[in-house]
Design a protein around this ligand. Structure first.
Ligand code: FAD
Ligand code: FES
Length: 304
């Protein structure tokens, strides 16, 4: 009997399908992020009563060189015997000597970490998560807006625009804190302004007797600068309640929601899409985020 059934090539030979495999980003993340880098604390800077800046050096010289990350990513920091916590990378992507992490003491692991001194050893996994699209922002004005501890994750993009300053137009840092004593990185503001030509504006809600700066809410700083909504990108880091006020205000100014980026924080365990601890709906904050554009955030149920 004649068999005139002609099978398409693809059915018997899967090669053509395999030529362009789908992007299993989550799998890629899994493959590279179970490595623990052994690090030594080489410097500790007291920033406020509750926040310290730690400089960590990866012990292995080769690993130190290959550890690369992007602004907005985070690491899982292990304090041996106590726990592991997600912390935003707060350093320059071009600093291959040490990693900067700004850490607030809030509980079990971070309290112990605040007791650690220079010479102590910790473990580090990562880098994890996506990042701010710094290349997309080139040729535009950039608004970097932070509230409180939000200046820690904002430092990554801030270093980036400073180091590639001529690729960006006007850069503004708007920083709001509850009290003057809670302001972070005050020793760097002059450098950002004078050396990196960044317009730095700060404001506090509750001034003390020594404060002679602005008093009010962070959104008030937006009245002080001229914003060209078509050519401006914004990065907003801070407590979720701040996102709503700031992003709604930016929306009114006319900045498209897909040009505003926020960094979402959720409780995390694995950092690599395994434990589901960080899920918002069907979205993994650790792998699909922590950086989201504001349009996506509004479409994520209960994200903020
Ligand atoms: C992506 C990401 C980046 C982060 N970056 C930084 C950073 O740069 N600097 C920094 O100081 N902290 C950062 N955090 C928060 C930090 O991970 C938590 O403060 C830390 O895990 C608390 O651990 P703990 O064992 O000290 O406290 P715990 O004893 O576990 O908890 C103490 C208190 O903190 C709350 N808490 C714990 N984890 C979180 C969380 N993820 N978000 C909000 N509240 C939490 C708990 O509900 C509890 O009230 C980040 C979190 C995420 C998810
Ligand atoms: S932290 Fe485990 S899935 Fe995101």
């Amino acid at each position: 009997m004649k068999n005139d059934l002609k099978l398409p090539v693809q059915d018997v030979n899967l090669e053509p399908f395999m030529a362009t495999p789908p992007q299993y980003t989550r799998k890629k993340v899994l493959m590279k992020t179970d490595k623990v880098y052994k690090c030594k604390i080489i410097n500790v800077i007291d920033l406020t009563e509750y926040e310290k800046l730690f400089h960590l050096k990866i012990l292995d010289r080769v690993e130190r060189k290959i550890f690369q990350f992007r602004p907005g990513q985070f690491v899982m920091l292990e304090v041996p015997g106590y726990g592991e916590v997600p912390i935003s990378l707060s350093s320059s992507t071009n600093n291959h000597e040490y990693i900067e992490l700004c850490i607030r003491k809030t509980g079990r692991t971070t309290n112990v970490l605040h007791e650690a001194s220079v010479g102590a050893y910790v473990g580090l996994r990562g880098p994890f998560g996506n990042s701010f699209p710094m290349e997309k922002m080139q040729g535009n004005n950039v608004l970097l807006i932070a509230g409180g501890l939000g200046l820690a994750p904002l430092r990554g993009p801030l270093y980036w625009v400073s180091e590639y300053r001529d690729l960006y137009k006007d850069v503004h840092v708007l920083y709001g804190a509850k009290e003057p004593s809670q302001m972070l990185f005050t020793y760097q503001y002059n450098e950002w302004e004078k050396v990196n030509h960044i317009n730095m504006l700060s404001i506090v809600e509750n001034p003390d007797e020594n404060w002679n700066g602005r008093v009010g809410m962070i959104t008030e700083l937006l009245d002080e600068i001229e914003i060209d909504p078509i050519n401006t990108y914004a990065i907003v880091c801070g407590p979720p309640v701040m996102f709503k006020f700031v992003c709604n205000r930016l929306d009114k100014i006319g900045i498209p929601m897909n040009k505003m980026f926020v960094s979402l924080e959720r409780r995390m365990h694995c950092g690599m899409g395994k434990c589901c601890r960080c899920m918002v709906g069907s979205t993994f904050t650790c792998v699909d985020g922590p950086v989201f554009d504001y349009w996506s955030v509004l479409n994520l149920k209960e994200a903020i």
